[in-house]
Design a protein around this ligand. Structure first.
Ligand SMILES: *Cc1c(COP(=O)(O)O)cnc(C)c1O
Length: 223
């Protein structure tokens, strides 16, 4: 097996106190997750509903599963009973569906709003203006089964570290704007989910509170 435990130890040692690790286990087998679990890791991230369902059913029930991928509204009902956080809410429509399904389960589901700051057209997420619009609309205030806990984003997949740093910086400043405008009195709104295997040290330097790391822990994914 890939040196999951050694890699996990190195990653954890490199994170400052207060930065949470979401171990991104998509496409990796249960035994890799169990190896990380044995070291105390409890937060794992997946991006496909079916794969997550299988893992959730077969792995320890105290794992906190984060859904990190693009979530189709018709899949929300399957993960609503157990998912711990939906990290990539990119539309009001999706937020409404999470509210509806969480209400059916009698749960409150933690969510992050996903920002699109990267230059790649392929990435999902709300532009800063779309995010402002969603929050200004105020409908979310009536949603008692979703808890907006912060923002999530992916930087551009480029070598230019300055560009990556700039994108994290834009996200961090936007967090402050939104926090002040809508969540000043809400301690739940505190998460800045940015940083992956290749860029997490830069993300942490730009106020990330939650890094999503897969390859650096579990090795290359076999699709
Ligand atoms: C796959 C994925 C990650 C992890 O990427 P690595 O480069 O393997 O660390 C992080 N965030 C999202 C949204 C992902 O889809």
């Amino acid at each position: 097996m890939y040196d999951v435990q050694e890699n996990l130890r190195e990653v954890l040692d490199s994170l400052p106190a207060g930065v949470k690790l979401v171990a991104i286990s998509k496409y990796h087998p249960n035994e890799y997750i169990e190896a990380a679990y044995a070291m105390g890791q409890r937060i794992f991230g997946e991006s496909h509903e079916q794969e997550l369902r299988e893992k959730h059913t077969t792995l320890p029930q105290d794992i906190e599963w984060h859904f990190i991928g693009h979530l189709q509204t018709n899949k929300v009902k399957y993960i609503a009973p157990y998912v711990s956080m939906v990290e990539a809410v990119d539309s009001l429509k999706l937020l409404r569906e999470i509210e509806k399904q969480a209400a059916k389960c009698g749960r409150v589901i933690n969510v992050l709003l996903e920002l699109h700051i990267a230059e790649e057209a392929t990435k999902y997420g709300l532009t800063l203006d779309q995010c402002r619009e969603l929050l200004a609309g105020g409908e979310w205030r009536q949603m008692s089964h979703v808890r907006i806990c912060g923002l999530m984003m992916m930087a551009s997949n480029v070598d230019d570290e300055q560009q990556i740093a700039n994108e994290f910086d834009i996200a961090a400043r936007f967090f402050d704007e939104v926090k002040a405008a809508y969540f000043a009195d809400d301690d739940n709104f505190c998460e800045r989910s940015w940083g992956m295997s290749d860029d997490y040290p830069i993300a942490v330097a730009h106020r990330s509170t939650m890094v999503r790391i897969g390859t650096r822990i579990f090795g290359p994914r076999v699709y």
